[in-house]
Design a protein around this ligand. Structure first.
Ligand SMILES: [Zn+2]
Length: 486
């Protein structure tokens, strides 16, 4: 029996919690988290005692913290038993689940490095390989291959959160989701999205081709009302299609951007062209597709705190930083069976925002969009950090630009940024415009003032000559013997 069949069987037997979210609920995701917390509360004496209430009606932030700490202890107990990697690690450091009583206690548990996972993937597995419903490798942005396993329960849980997230972004019966992920080889996100749509009774269509005409005709033929995909790809379709077709005539209600950073200029161009809001979703292959979902306020992403515990640490001291302060995002899975991860370093720079949210959500902490990965940073001039997302707003401010790449080289003792820009409308005017906006970026401006960075150069390439590739490197460092690490 294939993964999909066994999953279907399981779903038939078990009602997904996403289906328990009442119709017309204003905050489906938070409601879904409350349902999860209440169910755990009912079943576990330990949690009832920690919360100190007889019934859990309206979940407060304090209650939810206790739920998360309880789940954290449970996940620790599980990996201690089932995962050779964590069993050894906890033994070596003499830490036990009972050490975790408060949020500060979390700091006593060692961090998990992505490189450890890449080098010891099999030791992380906490379920036998016969129990895994699916196994896949992920290279992420750093190139290290990690092996991840999902049990049937893991898959159901991923579908459950995606289904809740689809409700959160406003999908209703009668809507149809168009899934457009080109060239994704390692693992197929459409499986989970289509599964979630099926369970909720929504329509769905999938097109994985790079061909934008094919994408357009699939959207039109299947009567899609929602689109989900990589922002760089949807942006490409927007710019190349927008010239020929009035995209607003398709009647798309929402575009969901996922798996890549979404810059504000990209968002505005897409919102303008399609006539709908673009909602950002953040995920990590290690933890699932929808770890955090933006609400209507578009001010921070609501996090899936029922399945994941988010911490932000100072990467120098490894200590917690308060909500609202930027640092490195560290995530713990709270219910995973296949590859549970405890205090996993994401190497993403982000901040957690405290509740409430203007949308009315009461207890859920939001994620301020990751601003850049630590391992994708480069330094120019006197150590000014640059990272891929930094240039998006300056370059994509002009709709004639389809895509771009930055090359860093040496111009004598100065650093030189060369922007290779994909467009069908090259002109000196456009060149000047791009250079001017890039020079206004603080990091570049300071480098210019110090005279350690040369004035950037723009080179045009025609549309289509830059092969569209998922996770293509946006910044390429051509400087020799240059220390790119922190
Ligand atoms: Zn909100």
């Amino acid at each position: 029996m294939g993964a999909w069949d066994s999953m279907k069987m399981f779903i038939i037997r078990r009602r997904l919690l996403a289906n328990m979210i009442p119709e017309g609920c204003e905050h489906p995701l938070e409601e879904w988290m409350s349902i999860k917390a209440r169910m755990t509360f009912k079943k576990n004496k330990e949690l009832r005692e920690r919360i100190g209430k007889r019934v859990l009606d309206e979940v407060t932030r304090g209650d939810f913290n206790e739920y998360q700490l309880f789940r954290f202890r449970e996940q620790m107990r599980y990996v201690q038993k089932e995962s050779p990697y964590y069993r050894n690690k906890f033994k070596e450091l003499d830490v036990t689940p009972d050490d975790i009583r408060t949020w500060d206690d979390l700091e006593r548990i060692p961090l998990t490095e992505p490189l450890d996972l890449a080098e010891n993937s099999m030791y992380f597995f906490a379920a036998s390989r016969t129990k895994m419903a699916t196994e896949f490798t992920t290279t992420g942005t750093t190139g290290h291959r990690k092996f991840i396993g999902y049990t049937v329960n893991d898959l159901v849980s991923k579908i459950d959160i995606v289904a809740s997230a689809l409700k959160e972004v406003g999908m209703e019966p009668g809507d149809s989701l168009h899934v457009m992920f080109p060239l994704v080889s390692a693992w197929d996100p459409s499986l989970i999205m289509v599964g979630a749509c099926k369970i909720l009774g929504y329509g769905s269509s999938v097109c994985s081709e790079n061909d934008i005409d094919k994408q357009y005709s699939t959207i039109k033929e299947s009567g899609s009302t929602y689109i989900i995909g990589l922002p760089s790809f949807i942006y490409r379709v927007t710019v190349l299609m927008g010239d020929r077709i009035d995209l607003r005539s398709l009647g798309i209600k929402r575009i969901i951007s996922t798996s890549e950073p979404l810059s504000e200029s990209m968002r505005h161009t897409m919102e303008d062209a399609w006539g709908c809001k673009v909602i950002d979703v953040w995920g990590m292959t290690e933890f699932g597709l929808a770890c955090a979902v933006e609400c209507e306020e578009q001010n921070g992403l609501h996090t899936d705190e029922a399945n994941l515990l988010f911490e932000v640490i100072d990467p120098e001291t490894m200590r917690h930083v308060p909500d609202g302060t930027e640092g490195e995002l560290v995530i713990t899975s709270l219910n995973a069976e296949g590859t549970p991860l405890i205090r996993y370093r994401t190497h993403d720079i982000a901040a957690m925002l405290p509740p409430p949210c203007d949308c009315g959500a009461r207890f859920n902490r939001r994620l301020r969009k990751p601003s850049g990965r630590m391992d994708l940073q480069f330094k120019i001039g006197m150590g000014h950090k640059i990272y891929p997302l930094l240039f998006d707003d300056a370059v994509f401010a002009d709709k004639r630009i389809v895509d771009y790449q930055v090359k860093i080289s040496k111009d004598g003792f100065r650093d030189l940024l060369t922007f290779e820009v994909e467009t069908d409308s090259p002109s000196d005017e456009l060149k000047g415009k791009i250079i001017d906006s890039v020079c206004r970026i603080m990091e570049v401006e300071q480098g210019l003032e110090e005279d350690l960075v040369s004035r950037p150069v723009v080179e045009f390439v025609p549309t289509g000559s830059m092969e569209y590739a998922v996770k293509a490197k946006k910044i390429i460092d051509l400087r020799e013997n240059y220390d790119k690490k922190e």
